[in-house]
Design a protein around this ligand. Structure first.
Ligand code: ZN
Length: 502
């Protein structure tokens, strides 16, 4: 009987997942092709789909079926099934704490807030965005209160993205790491040996950058038959469903290789989405990513550990030359390797180098935690951002576009999301060390443009499991140790100290 219950439960999850995927598709369209005039109606569409998906996820039938499966010892003797049911229970208990009207209200409000953020950022007008941020924060506080959990409100939000993590735990990792990174960055920017920006002033038309990006995507194993690449203001990846993983990137930024970094970053997310067992488990925890931190470990690994390595450029430079034409004739592997690894204190997180990037994340983590607790008022955000930025980076923020209006996250209600970027770097560092132990020939393979054993490792060790293991458990299983910042720091120092001769 219970096997029948389990089959029914899986069917209902697939239905809820399918409704959710319609919301993702609407979101993708909003960020790529929808005209601005469609914003109001889009928010209605999003609200309706979110409410329908929520109703599916929280139906009494789902609750009864989970309870029936939990009582079946024979069924639970399969560890993968047991994990699937454990995570279904977690999702159900969380979802049933939220009334459908609140879920729809969040979907409608964040859809409109995103449009307001776009305009406010364009016009550098924080005043136009602040009422929206107030609304979104209010909704997030209500949601966190309903989730409960006993800790600070922020923990309940964070738990959605990084199950089991708390603000205090993250603070415990970030505070000492911030000190180490700040000291290291000071050494790097103070060095007499600065890599030259050989890419400065190189102008490459967008179509050529796009074609180059597509060839790299194919090279690293992203399947364009089940995925695509479009352009947007704020690059993202959306795993819509089985056979449909969409990446976006942007052109016309600071350097002609910056778009490739964005593309490879999103491709890292996309490879994870394509590697999840969605064919069999779409909509179920076993077909879903472990956590955003682990998701980000995949994107940061392809973007940086691979895409900013010397060996990668051994393969990618001739490919770039073929696409970019004469402007790239004089480029050398050493030149490009130095240029893409320049460390600079700068304003924009998404353009930051690997050494300063985590400081940008730490700034946002501290601010959003204070916004949620109420220690910081929305009206004081720009001033507080600028003040803390000055302490961390030693720079005066010239305007809010390059300050607190630069990121889309808060307008989308993604609060508690930022720290997962740094956790992702730390997971990536720890995985990367293990990968090199397991695949001693990897550097040579990358230099030849062979990525299949790296991708195979990630598929087998990370992607294939879905949410079978929690992030911390997966990390111990794959690397034999709990997460620490040491491997990441070893990687970063091992790469940058010789380059800067410090
Ligand atoms: Zn990412």
């Amino acid at each position: 009987m219970a096997n029948n219950a389990y089959a029914q439960l899986r069917g209902l999850h697939r239905q809820a997942g399918t409704l959710g995927s319609l919301g993702s598709l609407l979101g993708w369209d909003q960020e790529t092709y929808m005209p601005h005039g469609g914003a109001a109606f889009r928010s209605e569409q999003q609200g309706m789909i979110a409410a329908m998906a929520h109703e599916k996820r929280t139906s009494k039938q789902v609750g009864d079926l989970i309870a029936e499966c939990e009582g079946d010892k024979a069924l639970l003797s399969d560890p993968a099934v047991a994990a699937n049911i454990r995570e279904m229970r977690r999702d159900y208990d969380l979802a049933t704490k939220l009334p459908g009207e609140l879920v729809a209200e969040i979907a409608r409000t964040t859809s409109l807030a995103q449009e307001a953020w776009k305009l406010a950022r364009e016009k550098d007008d924080f005043g136009a965005f602040s009422p929206w941020l107030e609304k979104v924060l209010g909704l997030m506080r209500t949601k966190a209160g309903l989730y409960g959990g006993g800790g600070e409100l922020y923990d309940a939000l964070l738990d959605e993205y990084e199950p089991g993590m708390t603000g205090a735990e993250i603070g415990g990792i970030f505070t000492p790491l911030q000190g180490r990174l700040s000291g290291f960055v000071a050494e790097l920017v103070g060095s007499k040996h600065q890599p030259v920006d050989v890419l400065a002033g190189m102008d490459v038309p967008n179509e050529r950058q796009h074609a180059f990006g597509l060839e790299v995507l194919r090279g690293i194993g992203f399947d364009l038959g089940t995925g695509r690449l479009d352009t947007t203001t704020h690059p993202f990846c959306s795993g819509i469903g089985p056979g449909d993983t969409r990446l976006t990137t942007r052109y016309g930024t600071t350097s002609c290789l910056e778009p490739l970094s964005s593309t490879m970053h999103e491709a890292g997310h996309g490879l994870y989405e394509q590697g999840l067992p969605k064919g069999e488990h779409f909509g179920e925890p076993l077909g879903d990513a472990v956590s955003l931190g682990v998701h980000e470990s995949q994107s940061r690994m392809w973007e940086n550990f691979v895409g900013r390595s010397r060996v990668f450029w051994g393969w990618a430079l001739p490919v770039a030359k073929r696409h970019f034409g004469p402007v790239f004739d004089g480029a050398t592997v050493e030149g490009v390797y130095g240029a893409v690894n320049r460390v600079q204190r700068s304003f924009i997180r998404v353009e930051a180098d690997e050494a300063t990037y985590n400081l940008h994340v730490m700034l946002r983590f501290g601010l959003e935690r204070d916004l949620v607790s109420g220690a910081l008022a929305v009206k004081d955000l720009p001033g507080e951002w600028d003040k803390r930025f000055k302490v961390l980076f030693g720079l005066e923020v010239p305007d809010n576009r390059r300050g607190c209006l630069q990121d889309v996250h808060w307008s989308c209600g993604l609060i508690g999301y930022f720290p997962t970027y740094t956790l992702g770097n730390l997971y990536a560092g720890q995985f990367w060390e293990q990968i090199h132990k397991d695949l001693p020939g990897l550097e040579g393979e990358i230099a030849r443009g062979e990525f299949s054993s790296l991708l195979g490792w990630l598929r087998g060790k990370v992607h294939a499991h879905g949410r079978r293991y929690r992030a911390g458990e997966l990390c111990r299983l794959v690397t034999g140790r709990p997460l620490t910042p040491e491997p990441f720091m070893r990687y970063l120092e091992g790469k940058l100290r010789p380059m800067y001769k410090i």
